[in-house]
Design a protein around this ligand. Structure first.
Ligand SMILES: *[C@@H]1O[C@H](CO)[C@@H](O)[C@H](O)[C@H]1NC(C)=O
Ligand SMILES: *[C@@H]1O[C@H](CO)[C@@H](O)[C@H](O)[C@H]1NC(C)=O
Ligand SMILES: *[C@@H]1O[C@H](CO)[C@@H](O)[C@H](O)[C@H]1NC(C)=O
Length: 870
């Protein structure tokens, strides 16, 4: 009872919670963007930024005007005011909680897709403690300040009210004396001079505010002035994109190109290699010529709903084919000797797999950042601990780490030893980037060779994937064989083995409920899935023994009996295996099973908390060990010599150690989220290091090329694979990668007139030769806010915003490989100006092209996918 006495009346407290929550949220919002605002403008427009908050505060203060409501109406107002206050308080707490976890802002527009997804809710709930902490702090401040806030705002509102009353009285008097001018002295003296002065001040204040509000640039100030709870309404309006789908004018490719981007030529006929009943995924090979020509027209998607899209490799101005190039000499020799046998394919997707960790070695910006957490005298020790973290990755890539003394690290303690001969092991790509920092969008690239849709979350699941995915390709090979006669009497001769049917299996130890992944797997053609529900089901052969380690499910090691069974089946049952396995322990919150011994990789230097990074590094070591177990099982079942293993990261993972301001992948364009390992491992393929900026869309073309060139397909399959290969967008990595073409053009560059090309191009491209880049586009989690634009063979990088509230970011990765000092700006024009003065003409020209290509691509992807915003 006594405690109750300390509780203030509710309305003032609720009001204070609203004021503190709203203003704190606004302060955070502005603080996150302040570095990119010109100081003078910011000062000038600052009042307009808080105006909406002040209006909300005044409105709620009016609703809560009495500390103890009595009449019914007062109760209704008070309840409404209270509700708004609680909403603002919660929303503000969520914003702060989210900021403390990721450094990013909550995008309310994306929240409804999250709320309808149980697994996504769990992710949100994992941050609940920071949200609660934020809520407590806000409430405490509100409690301390409630009396004063309530009182002052009351006084303020009262004054305004009096002012109006005064002016009303004044007008009344005015009307009462119609014949006299209002500047009449005798009238003025009868009025309260102070009131007049106050009104004059109020009117001029209001009009200057309105003037500022009307004249301020809409970007970024409109976004910055958004106030709680009004911004929450975004969640109920459909996402709006500046390059929206259907209603936009079609875009021609904005740069000069000698690719014919016009209509299809009508030389199409049903491919002779296509079986009568192709599996799903090949339907677009059955379009009639008219249909194809129609869909190839950029104007087609203007107003066609519910129609699958269409991709035509022949008219894609971004596609550069390297299939005319020779296969790397040592590989060619191995293929000619028929020594590379690929009966099985494993595609390992490493969750949050950063290239810097595969293997962990010295000399990366990340490694330097890790060392900085240690004092000088402990650094050598730290180096030696770090470089032994991922021994399996060292063997798979052939990149052997050196220790603090510069000596090769001893790998004898690892749980697998590479039986491949010296100099063998396959292709190791250095410089690969992911196509999306959202896991499943990235998986679409690696499994289907497509570029995902630049919209939030897995909208692709409602559409037809525009290229056949790996399981569908293998199913095509199965279909092409006479199912009855040949499968029944499979023979064991070498060429007979090529007639064995493929079996595609997907495995992960976590749930596939998250964001329609189960639908995606089905659409990609997986019929056999081992996921968390398999591990928990009573009907399953092996049930999980350990505890769940994160909000998605179990550690990968629970899959071990399933993996072994599959390998044994592949070895003994005349089956060709395609296994796709996605690891999961390396996902936030980076927990590992209890019996896994944790190491201290991080020191305590620097003013950031290294706990998360330490957990991440430990989980990476856990997964490295798990890869060792998989490799051992391959050896034990005897299929290692006939299995191609592709290892790729789904995306990277930026930490505070990379960039203090922004961590995680969500709406964070940092390069640490993009660099991934990419390895094509086969013990009988010579080791080749490939230094190119390829992306995971090269995986399918490379696998197909490898299968054909290594004679691992029979004649019919080989014909189909060779016919399909040129239709994929990516380049094959067994031939030299073409980062850009120098194209000759004699006429001056013609600028397409129907798109918005800046008239003031500072750098008119020179006549003669022009570089056509292999552009790499990367979609940033959750999909619809930003796109990363890079070009193979160019050090520059642009992060292109697709929505209000995000900035244009430029960096030069040669000079700043860790992207510590990017240039940011709210408009492309300003960014180009900045880059021109700091990096010169070539960089500015590249940047302009990148911006045009990025915008064009975002539109084009919608057409290719047949996506129309609802
Ligand atoms: C072996 O293959 C046959 C025919 O495809 C299949 O019916 C059987 O289940 C397979 N056995 C195992 C152990 O996978
Ligand atoms: C795999 O190939 C190696 C040569 O690289 C050979 O020594 C080994 O015996 C082969 N293993 C099997 C199971 O055939
Ligand atoms: C592009 O590839 C080169 C060569 O491997 C590499 O040095 C560079 O870091 C890569 N770029 C990015 C953004 O990873």
């Amino acid at each position: 009872m006594k405690l109750l006495a300390y509780l203030p009346p509710l309305p003032p407290l609720l009001f204070a919670v609203l004021t503190v929550g709203g203003l704190a949220s606004k302060a955070l919002h502005i603080a996150l963007h302040i570095h990119s605002l010109p100081f003078l403008y910011f000062v000038l427009y600052a009042p307009t930024l808080v105006l909406p908050d002040l209006l909300v505060i005044a409105f709620v203060r009016v609703l809560l005007h009495t500390p103890s409501p009595e009449t019914k109406l007062q109760w209704v107002w008070a309840c409404l005011g209270g509700l708004l206050s609680l909403i603002v308080w919660s929303a503000s707490s969520i914003q702060f909680g989210f900021f403390m976890q990721t450094g990013a802002e909550v995008a309310w527009a994306a929240s409804n897709s999250f709320l309808s997804d149980p697994a996504a809710m769990k992710i949100l709930l994992s941050g609940i403690s920071t949200v609660c902490a934020a809520a407590t702090v806000l409430a405490l401040v509100a409690w301390l300040a409630h009396a004063k806030l309530y009182h002052w705002t009351g006084l303020g509102l009262q004054a305004i009210q009096d002012l109006f009353k005064g002016s009303y009285k004044m007008r009344y008097t005015l009307l009462g004396v119609p014949n006299k001018s209002w500047i009449n002295k005798s009238w003025l003296t009868t009025m309260d001079l102070r009131t007049v002065r106050r009104i004059a001040i109020a009117v001029s204040l209001c009009s200057s505010l309105i003037f500022l509000e009307l004249t301020r640039p809409s970007i970024p100030y409109d976004h910055l002035s958004g106030a709680l709870p009004l911004t929450l309404l975004d969640a109920f309006t459909k996402k709006s994109s500046t390059t929206g789908g259907c209603r936009q004018t079609p875009m021609k490719f904005p740069l000069w190109t000698d690719v014919n981007t016009g209509f299809m030529t009508n030389s199409w006929s049903r491919p002779s290699w296509l079986p009568q009943n192709p599996p799903p995924g090949f339907s677009h090979y059955e379009h009639s010529p008219d249909e194809r020509a129609e869909k190839d027209n950029p104007a087609w998607y203007l107003c066609n709903d519910n129609e699958p899209g269409f991709y035509n490799p022949k008219t894609d101005p971004l596609k550069i084919s390297n299939l005319g190039g020779d296969i790397y000499e040592p590989l060619k020799a191995a293929f000619n000797e028929h020594s590379v046998e690929i009966d099985h394919v494993i595609l390992l997707t490493l969750e949050s797999g950063r290239k810097e960790l595969f293997p962990m070695q010295q000399g990366t910006p990340m490694f330097d950042a890790l060392l900085e957490s240690h004092t000088e005298e402990h650094r050598d020790e730290a180096i030696d601990r770090l470089v032994t973290m991922t021994p399996i990755a060292q063997m798979l890539t052939g990149e052997y780490s050196t220790d603090s003394k510069g000596e090769k690290v001893d790998l004898s303690g690892a749980n697998w030893h590479d039986p491949a001969e010296e100099g063998m092991g396959g292709l190791n790509v250095r410089g690969a980037l992911t196509g999306s920092t959202l896991t499943f969008k990235s998986i679409l690239g690696s499994h289907c060779g497509v570029q995902p849709l630049p919209v939030d979350l897995l909208e692709e699941t409602g559409l037809e994937i525009y290229q056949p995915c790996l399981p569908q390709l293998f199913e095509l090979f199965n279909r092409a064989k006479n199912p009855v006669s040949e499968l029944l009497e499979r023979d064991d001769t070498a060429s007979g083995a090529l007639k064995n049917p493929w079996k595609s299996v997907f495995m992960q130890s976590i749930t596939d409920d998250y964001d329609r992944q189960d639908v995606l797997n089905k659409n990609m053609g997986f019929k056999h899935n081992v996921v968390k529900s398999t591990l928990t089901s009573r009907k399953s052969k092996y049930r999980a023994k350990g505890e769940e380690i994160n909000y998605f499910g179990f550690a990968e090691t629970e899959l071990k009996p399933y993996v072994r069974d599959l390998f044994e089946e592949a070895a003994n049952n005349r089956t060709r295996m395609f296994l796709s396995h996605v690891t999961s322990t390396t996902h936030h919150p980076w927990d590992t099973p209890d019996d896994f011994q944790l190491e201290h990789y991080m020191g305590d230097q620097g003013n950031i908390n290294h706990k998360l990074m330490n957990s991440y590094l430990n989980s990476a070591r856990f997964v490295d060990h798990w890869l060792g177990e998989i490799m051992t099982m391959l050896d034990e079942t005897g299929i290692a010599n006939s299995t191609l293993i592709v290892v790729v990261g789904d995306h990277g993972q930026a930490f505070s150690e990379d960039n203090k301001d922004m961590t995680g992948t969500y709406e964070n364009g940092h390069i640490g989220n993009f660099r991934v390992p990419l390895v094509f491992r086969h013990p009988h393929m010579p080791r080749i290091n490939i230094d190119v900026n390829a992306t995971s869309i090269s995986i399918i073309p490379t696998i197909l090329d490898l299968l054909v060139q290594s004679h691992s397909l029979d004649a019919r399959d080989s014909e189909m694979a060779s016919a399909l290969l040129p239709d994929y967008q990516g380049q094959s990595l067994i031939r030299p990668f073409i980062p850009y073409l120098k194209e000759r053009h004699d006429s001056p560059i013609e600028t397409p007139s129907d798109i918005d090309v800046r008239s003031s191009r500072k750098t008119q491209p020179k006549e003669g030769h022009r570089t056509r880049y292999n552009w790499n586009l990367g979609i940033i989690n959750a999909g619809g806010s930003m796109v990363s634009v890079t070009a193979a063979g160019s050090p520059y990088r642009l992060v292109l915003p697709l929505k209000e509230g995000f900035e244009y970011v430029f960096s030069d990765l040669n000079q700043d490989p860790g992207e510590l000092h990017p240039i940011k700006s709210w408009t492309m024009d300003d960014l180009v100006d900045d880059v021109l003065s700091k990096y010169g003409e070539a960089a500015a020209e590249w940047l302009e092209d990148a911006g045009l290509v990025g915008k064009w691509w975002v539109n084009e992807q919608r057409r290719i996918w047949g996506y129309r915003e609802a």
